[in-house]
Ligand binder design. Structure first.
Ligand code: PYC
Length: 333
């Protein structure tokens, strides 16, 4: 029996995959995208697994569904799907989804050059520049980002004692800077980063509580952001973000860059006038800026913006058949 057919636009944002699903949307209950995300997770998570995991997806796969706006002045809403679950917010996913949707005429923002998006993490505004039918860049003005924990000590088998910070940029990021035997991402291979990331994430979640002060369903440190020296002379900093069970982000990671800027700003290492050019493990770049300084439940926070580009690579019509033993996908971990 055919359980579902999903038309998708495939592409990437600065190297990391984006699968924009354009049909097969389940009807979701709830007044906000946070509510709809809960409904999707409770009843339709099989769709995420079928579209993200092997054999239809892969370890890095990430995607999005567009829904009508939840807010009065919004243009659209986004539900993010990924190998790791349904993220509250995904930066590279938003840049890709908005680029593909604008280029294909799937969305018609009220104001040219600005898409007002309702995400599970809150309102995100996407500014964009379009030329000859192509989107040249998208700049997201993200949800507030803040440093949640600083100078925490953890112990992992591979590296021993580590000092880490945890910052929120739409997801909670454990930030690891070079120290001891970790010499920076430029001297660490991907397999080692993945192995150490799993250890770091387990150690943090066993001892440190991360809960968003304004939305209790956003909890847990899910992503690990390793830092190091950039490859490009014009980059301010470099990072490699681990997510899911085996993924290292090929893009500079939008929510990770937001979290990193919040950490650096709070510690006095970044100012509001400065462009923060953030580089990924493969050398692709996002441009970050601190747009506003504010407070979240009494904590210093910033509203970061992230600018990047995305490219469509093709169309995909994916079927999920109950007779397929791998209908809901698998992961090789
Ligand atoms: O760009 O926010 C992001 C992201 C999260 C996980 C992978 N990319």
């Amino acid at each position: 029996m055919n359980r579902g057919t999903f038309f998708c636009i495939d592409g990437h944002t600065c190297g990391n995959p984006v699968r924009l699903v354009t049909s097969g949307h389940p009807a979701l209950r709830g007044a906000t995208m946070a509510d709809k995300r809960q409904h999707f997770l409770a009843e339709f998570d099989w769709i995420r697994k079928a579209l993200m995991f092997e054999p239809r997806g892969h370890d890095m796969m990430s995607g999005a569904f567009l829904y009508p706006p939840c807010s009065e002045d919004g243009d659209i809403s986004i539900l993010f799907i990924e190998t790791s679950g349904c993220l509250p917010m995904c930066g590279h996913g938003t840049i890709g989804a908005i680029t593909f949707a604008l280029e294909l005429g799937l969305i018609h923002p009220q104001e040219t050059g600005l898409v007002k998006i309702d995400t599970p993490a809150g309102r995100v505004d996407a500014q964009y520049k379009m030329r000859q039918g192509k989107v040249e860049w998208v700049r997201l003005v993200n949800v507030p980002a803040f440093l949640a924990h600083t100078n925490e000590s953890i112990h992992i088998d591979t590296l021993g004692e580590l000092t880490i910070d945890i910052a929120y940029g739409g997801n909670f990021y454990i930030i690891v800077e070079p120290q001891g035997d970790f010499k920076g991402i430029e001297s660490t291979d991907v397999d080692t980063l993945i192995k150490m990331s799993r250890e770091v994430r387990d150690a943090v979640n066993a001892t440190i509580e991360c809960i968003h002060p304004e939305s209790a369903d956003v909890r847990g440190a899910t992503h690990v952001l390793w830092t190091g020296k950039p490859q490009n002379l014009d980059s301010t900093a470099a990072n490699a973000v681990f997510y899911g069970d085996k993924a290292i982000d090929r893009s500079p990671c939008g929510t990770g860059t937001s979290a990193r800027m919040a950490q650096l700003f709070t510690k006095g290492h970044l100012n509001q006038q400065q462009d923060f050019v953030h580089e990924s493990y493969i050398g692709s770049q996002f441009i970050g800026r601190v747009e506003e300084v504010l407070e979240i439940s009494g904590k210093l926070a910033i509203r970061p913006s992230i600018q990047g580009w995305a490219v469509r690579t093709g169309k995909n019509c994916i079927t999920v058949d109950d007779d397929d033993p791998y209908a809901f996908g698998f992961q090789v971990i």
